[in-house]
Design a protein around this ligand. Structure first.
Ligand code: UDX
Length: 431
C-alpha cells in the first residue's frame, strides 16, 4: 500500500519504518528541514534499539522516503497517518494546533480518496474536529474517511511492540476504512479490535492512565512496606501471581516519567473535567508520582545530613532504560531539586548524556559510573540500565567518599550490598 506519515517524531518514524519493513511504500513528511535532511541519509536523532538499521534498510530498498512537502508526501498515498506532536498546554490540555494545520494542508492538497488516520495521542472528539477541518478545506470535494489507530509503542522496545502487538485498535466509521486498516495490519497476525472512533481514542487514554495507576499503586504500597518492614518486591510478586492483577508495571521506584504517562494523565484529567466528570483518582496517581521523587530526596537528606557543598553521583538520566529520552525523566527533576540545595552533581548515562547536556547546567558528566562514584558522598541509581546491574561494587565502594547507595529502582540485592559494607537504601525494602 502507498502510505504517508505526517510527523517524524518517535511514533511517526517507528510506524513509518515498520510499515515499510512490512512491504509498504512509505513517505514520511516533516516540516523540520534539517531532520529530513539527516533522515534521508539514514541519520537518526533518537536512540531506539534496531530503528537505525530498519530505516537504513528500507531507505536502500526505496520503500521509505522522506520529504518536507505534504503535497508530495500525500500525492499517491491511500492512507495518511497523522503523527505530529500534541504537546501539553500550561493547563495540561493537549495542544492540537499541529494536528489542525496538518489536516487543513492535507485537505487542500488531496486529489484522490484518502483514509486519514490519527495516530497521535489526542483527546476524544479530535476525530470529529479532524473530519470537520478536512471537510472545510476540501474544496475539490474529494472522498475521504477518517480513523483513529492509537499507538501502544513503548520506548526501548518500540519495534518489537509494533511487530508483535497485544492488540491493534482501529476506530472507524465506514467499512472502507475498516477494510483498508485491517488489510494493512493483516501481516502482523495480531488481534484487531474494531470500535467507533471515540472508543479508540478513549482506549489509548484509559490504557496509559491504568498503567500509570498501577505504578503509583505499587509506589504507595512501597511506602507502607518501608513503614512496617515488609519488602515491596515480595509484595509485588505475590500480587502479580494473581492472573487478574498480572506482574507487569508493579516495579516500585522513583516514579514514572517520559513523554507519555505524565502528559497523557494530565490530558485525560482535563478531558474528563470538560465532559463533567472529576477523575480524582488520576489526580492522586499524579500526586503519588510527584511525591515519590520528594521521598527520594528525603532519603538523601536523612543519610547525607547537610546537602550544601556535598557531591552526589547520579546513575541514569533517561526516563527508563534503552532510550536516550529525558523528557519528564525523574532524574532531571531530582537533579534540579538537589542543585537547589547546593549539591554538586556528577552524572552518567549510557545513552542520554548528549540530551542531558543541553538540558542541565552545572552538572559534571562522567565517562563511566566509576567516575561518578569517585569522591561522591552518595550514589543514586535512577534508571535501571543493565550496565548498572553489572557494576564492580567493590570498586565503587573504594571510590565513594561514603559507602552510601540509594537505589531508586531496586536493582541491587540489599543483603549483598550490606555484605560489601554499603549503607544501602532501596524503595520499599528492608535495609
Ligand atoms: C508508554 C506505554 O507503555 C505505551 O504503551 C504508550 O504507547 C506510550 O507510553 P513509555 O512511555 O515508552 O510507554 O514507557 P513505559 O515502559 O510504559 O514506562 C513509563 C514510565 O513508567 C517509565 O518512567 C518507567 O520507568 C516507569 N515504570 C514502568 C515504573 O516506574 N514501574 C513499572 O513497573 C513500569
Amino acid at each position: 500500500m502507498n502510505i504517508s506519515i505526517v510527523g517524524t517524531g518517535y511514533v511517526g518514524l517507528v510506524t513509518g519504518a515498520c510499515l515499510a519493513e512490512l512491504g509498504n511504500n512509505v513517505i514520511c513528511v516533516d516540516n523540520d528541514e534539517s531532520k529530513i535532511k539527516s533522515l534521508k541519509k539514514g541519520r537518526i536523532t533518537i536512540y531506539e534499539p534496531g530503528l537505525k538499521e530498519l530505516v537504513r534498510r528500507n531507505l536502500r530498498r526505496k520503500r521509505l522516503v522522506f520529504t518536507t512537502s505534504i503535497k508530495d508526501g500525500i500525492k499517491n498515498a491511500l492512507l495518511i497517518f497523522i503523527a505530529v506532536g500534541t504537546p501539553p498546554k500550561p493547563n495540561g490540555e493537549a495542544d492540537l494546533t499541529y494536528v489542525e494545520n496538518v489536516c487543513s494542508e492535507i485537505a487542500r492538497n488531496m486529489m484522490t480518496y484518502k483514509l486519514i488516520v490519527e495516530k497521535s495521542t489526542v483527546p476524544i472528539e479530535t476525530g470529529m474536529w479532524v473530519e470537520r477541518t478536512i471537510r472545510q478545506n476540501n474544496e475539490r470535494r474529494v472522498a475521504f474517511d477518517i480513523a483513529s489507530n492509537p499507538e501502544f509503542l513503548s520506548e526501548g522496545s518500540a519495534i518489537n511492540d509494533f511487530m508483535h502487538p497485544d492488540r491493534i485498535v482501529i476506530g472507524v466509521k465506514t467499512k472502507r476504512a475498516r477494510d483498508l486498516l485491517t488489510e494493512l495490519y493483516s501481516p502482523l497476525k495480531a488481534p484487531i479490535l474494531v470500535t467507533n472512533i471515540k472508543s479508540a481514542e478513549i482506549i489509548k487514554h484509559a490504557s496509559n492512565s491504568f498503567l500509570a495507576t498501577k505504578i503509583s499503586f505499587i509506589n504507595a504500597i512501597s511506602n507502607i512496606c518501608e513503614k512496617c518492614g515488609a519488602d515491596v518486591l515480595e509484595v509485588a510478586k505475590g500480587m502479580g501471581m494473581d492472573k487478574r492483577i498480572g506482574e507487569s508495571f508493579l516495579n516500585a521506584g522513583v516514579g514514572f516519567g517520559g513523554f507519555c504517562f505524565p502528559k497523557d494523565l494530565l490530558a485525560f484529567m482535563h478531558i474528563s473535567e470538560k465532559l463533567g466528570y472529576d477523575f480524582g483518582l488520576l489526580r492522586e496517581v499524579e500526586k503519588i508520582n510527584r511525591d515519590q521523587k520528594g521521598l527520594l530526596i528525603k532519603k538523601v537528606k536523612e543519610n547525607v545530613w547537610n546537602l550544601k557543598g556535598k557531591t552526589i553521583g547520579i546513575l541514569g538520566l533517561s526516563f527508563k532504560p534503552n532510550t536516550d529520552d529525558i523528557r519528564y525523566s525523574p532524574a532531571i527533576d531530582i537533579i534540579e531539586r538537589l542543585k537547589k540545595e547546593g549539591v554538586k552533581i556528577k552524572a552518567y548515562d549510557p545513552q542520554a548524556m548528549a540530551k542531558a547536556r543541553q538540558e542541565l547546567d552545572d552538572v559534571q558528566f562522567c565517562k563511566d559510573p566509576y567516575g561518578v562514584a569517585k569522591n561522591s558522598n552518595c550514589l543514586i541509581i535512577i534508571t535501571e540500565w543493565d550496565e548498572f546491574k553489572q557494576l564492580d561494587f567493590t570498586k565503587v565502594k573504594k571510590l565513594l567518599k561514603q559507602p552510601l547507595i540509594i537505589d531508586g529502582r531496586n536493582i541491587c540485592d540489599p543483603k549483598s550490598m550490606k555484605k560489601l559494607g554499603f549503607k544501602y537504601i532501596g524503595i520499599g525494602r528492608k535495609e
